[in-house]
Design a protein around this ligand. Structure first.
Ligand code: GLN
Length: 473
């Protein structure tokens, strides 16, 4: 069994044709994890025993001829989705020993299909970061060059898929956390329309931006996992009705490029790679047109006000009493202070401080409310652009993966999110597809090409993404 050639789609066929069993497939992945996870640190915990049990159940179901698309497929789960009776940490010391009391809706759906859950993957603490260096348990390494970051915050899930330590994975994307690591590791990373996938049982970072999505080696695989986890959920009040989504796409093959927005900060060979992919799309019959999204230049400023504001409110629940770490002290105030002081890492604290500031009564008008208004302009820019194009293309990242420890200044890390955060502000779906490579220090590093579609336009997004996949360098 050559894991590097296997996709979810091909494994499904082989399992149903009894070419190998789910148990054999699971063992192959557990072996690979054993060999490589020490170095890569993609998983924080591997669930070997329960994975074997799940594989056994999957084989029984396959034998009955009742397999679902993910029956027996070994998947990795980002450590911010609740799996009942399993430890869940969000890569934070404050939750180090916390055990989940129920299954997240997405996990319930995977279990209903008898998927095999291999383990929980590393991430930036509370999904705040762009490199997986903010994990309290040490960074994940990029499988293409272990001196470099895999991107983040779903760096563990993405590195796992890229290094054949899982066939696919779940991650979350608040401002790029599935697409940017996909670009850095050479996988597909997909963020659905806000409300397409239930957030029930996802540890919240910034609730109006968070969305669970998928990692796969191919667009088809990312779509198969999405189809398994999507759908209305009454436990999530922002979940959309299933009828809101069109089943089929009528794509006229017009892709817009916001040229004015691409001018600054993109590394020259990354931009060259983007232009090459546009050219091959053109050769595949697409028209490439300019689109104007004037408010996009405010995206980073708006995102880095709204995200910390929501983070500061969401993380207030980790008080040293209700969840996880609790440091004993003489007064309850001291318990709060000590538990939070020891439990949260530097980036998480930074966000909470900024968030508390922009929401404070003296500054909320100048920052938070202003940012909310500009967010509406960004949303409107996208809606207007989609009146004349099927999709919008942008690079996923302005830079190649950087060296671990190489970006000490938080602002330079925030700046790397320039092409991914506008999508979460607008709530639209987007996907990053591998598109060749650039060279750094003699090593080939993957590049991602990003396609963005209108709200609830997943069907069209996947159709175009498959064409990109075929034509990408
Ligand atoms: N890099 C962005 C941030 O730090 C996005 C993270 C994410 O998508 N979870 O907030």
């Amino acid at each position: 069994m050559d894991l590097s050639k296997l996709t979810i789609a091909s494994a499904r066929k082989a399992l149903d044709a009894k070419e190998f069993t789910a148990r054999e497939l699971t063992e192959a992945y557990l072996d690979e994890i054993n060999k490589k996870n020490g170095e890569l640190q993609a998983y924080l915990e591997v669930w070997s025993e329960s994975a074997r049990e799940e594989a056994k159940k999957a084989d029984e179901r396959i034998a009955r001829g009742e397999s679902a698309p993910l029956t027996g497929i070994p998947l990795a789960i980002k450590d911010n989705m609740l799996v009942v009776d399993r430890r869940i940490t969000a890569a934070s010391k404050i939750l180090e020993n916390y055990i989940a009391s129920y299954d997240a809706s997405v996990i319930k759906k995977l279990k209903e299909q008898n998927a095999v859950l291999l383990g929980r993957t590393n991430m930036d603490e509370f999904a705040l970061g762009s490199s997986t260096e903010n994990s309290a348990f040490g960074p994940t390494k990029n499988p293409h060059d272990i001196s470099r970051v895999p991107g983040g915050t779903s760096g563990g899930s993405t590195a796992a898929v890229a290094a054949n330590l899982a066939l696919g994975a779940l991650g979350s994307d608040t401002g790029g956390s599935l697409r940017q690591p996909a670009a850095f590791c050479g996988t597909v990373g997909f963020k659905p329309t806000y409300g397409a996938v239930s957030r029930y049982g996802l540890i919240a970072a910034a609730s109006s931006l968070d969305q669970i999505g998928t990692v796969g080696k191919t667009v088809e695989d990312a779509q198969i996992i999405f189809d398994a986890i999507r759908g209305h959920d009454e436990n999530d009040s922002t979940s959309l009705p299933d009828s809101a989504f069109t089943k089929t796409a009528s794509v006229k093959k017009v892709v817009g490029v916001p040229r004015a927005f691409l001018k600054e900060g993109v590394e020259a060979d990354m931009l060259e790679n983007f232009e090459q992919t546009l050219k091959s799309l053109k050769a595949a019959g697409y028209s490439i047109v300019d689109v104007d999204l004037p408010a996009l230049e405010y995206s980073l400023a708006v995102y880095y006000i709204i995200n910390p504001a929501e983070v500061s409110t969401n993380l207030a629940r980790f008080d040293g009493i209700r969840y996880g770490l609790s440091v004993p002290a003489d007064t309850i105030g001291e318990t709060y202070e000590r538990s939070r002081g020891i439990g949260f890492g530097p980036e998480t604290r930074r966000r909470m401080l900024v968030g508390t500031f922009v929401l404070s009564s003296g500054y909320a008008d100048a920052y938070y409310r202003k940012a909310r208004d500009v967010r509406e302009l960004i949303r409107a820019d996208f809606a207007k652009a989609f009146e004349s194009v099927d999709a919008i293309a942008m690079p996923t990242s302005p830079t190649a993966p950087w060296k671990i420890g190489g970006k000490a200044d938080p602002l330079s890390v925030y700046a790397a999110d320039i092409f991914t955060v506008p999508i979460n502000l607008a709530g639209v779906p987007a996907i990053s597809i591998p598109s060749g490579s650039v060279e750094r220090d003699g090593k080939k590093l993957p590049v991602g090409f990003q396609i963005i579609a209108p709200h609830r336009g997943e069907a069209g997004l996947f159709a175009i993404a498959k064409d990109v996949e075929k034509s990408a360098v």
